[in-house]
Design a protein around this ligand. Structure first.
Ligand code: SF4
Length: 288
């Protein structure tokens, strides 16, 4: 979608906003709210305050740990997935899990399990504190590690490189550029198998963001403060467009600062709802 007025143009990226995994988890959570009298969600369903508040108003109860619920409760697992210990605890306490882990994340869990069973140690490239990473690494061997960048990998590589079999995986929303640097560094080690598990949705969004940023004199990135993929979009855009702003909602936008730009691009993270994007678009349009 784009809007031309005189020489000004505002363009929303084709891949901005909800990815398939997030749509799946939001739609199924709303459906589950109609089915269960009391429904919990383990962690924020998506890293977006507006979406979380909306579901909360419809009755969804957010918890940080299974220790907060009674046995036999109904608990949603969000798109990021959870560690294997969560499945074990739920099983032991007969907690009904409504597993909305994105199928792409579940596939990575399966691949990590399979290679771990074959004797591989894992290097997971991603953010150590991100729930998806905490979930995925739990299926790897105990000597496995998480690194966020090539620099971090270099710090530990000497003590890791002699393992017999090493498998490398990526957090689905990791930066393509950062993963490629690691891939290049490791490509000549015969004991290393690289699995680029960055999700297609992330690939397309980051690529589009890069291309837009090269053409625009201002980029606006919309997404939750905790959203790792939104932060990555900001990093990508900032590299090519010096006037890049990251906001959570239209209320964070400094219209006076932005209104003189002629060619504005809008991108949004995977957990940003369409109405948040439209609100920013309309605000900019009305101030042109
Ligand atoms: S970014 Fe990709 S892997 Fe993550 S939830 Fe969305 S579709 Fe699934």
């Amino acid at each position: 979608m784009d809007k031309k007025e005189g020489k000004s143009m505002i363009e929303i990226g084709k891949y901005a906003g909800f990815c398939g995994g997030v749509i799946n988890s939001v739609v199924k959570s709303e459906k589950a709210l109609n089915e269960y009298e009391k429904l919990y969600c383990l962690g924020e369903l998506v890293h977006n305050k507006q979406v979380v508040e909306d579901l909360e108003s419809k009755g969804l109860i957010f918890i940080e740990s299974l220790s907060e619920v009674e046995d036999n409760s109904n608990v949603i697992i969000r798109a990021h997935g959870v560690p294997k210990e969560t499945y074990e605890e739920a099983n032991n306490r007969e907690i009904n899990l409504i597993d909305l882990t994105c199928p792409k994340v579940l596939k990575i869990h399966d691949e990590v399990k399979e290679l771990t069973n074959k004797g591989y140690s894992t290097i997971l490239v991603g953010s150590k504190k991100h729930p998806e990473v905490i979930g995925t690494i739990s299926f790897a061997s105990p000597d496995s590690i998480v690194v966020e960048s090539l620099d971090e990998l270099k710090e530990v590589w000497d003590s890791f490189k002699d393992k017999e079999h090493i498998a490398v995986f990526a957090q689905t929303t990791h930066s393509i550029k950062s993963f490629k640097e690691i891939e290049e560094y490791l490509k000549d080690y015969p004991n290393v198998v690289i699995n680029n598990t960055i999700c297609d949705a992330t690939n397309l969004r980051q690529e589009e963001c890069k291309n837009m940023s090269k053409e625009k004199d201002c980029m606006i990135i919309i997404g939750g403060k905790n959203s790792s993929n939104t932060k990555k979009l900001y990093e990508v855009a900032s590299e090519y467009c010096k006037n890049t702003y990251i906001i959570e909602t239209k209320d964070d936008l400094n219209v006076q600062e932005i209104k003189n730009f002629k060619n504005i691009g809008i991108m949004a993270g995977a957990s940003t709802p369409k109405n948040s994007i439209d609100e920013v678009f309309i605000l900019l349009q009305n101030n042109k």
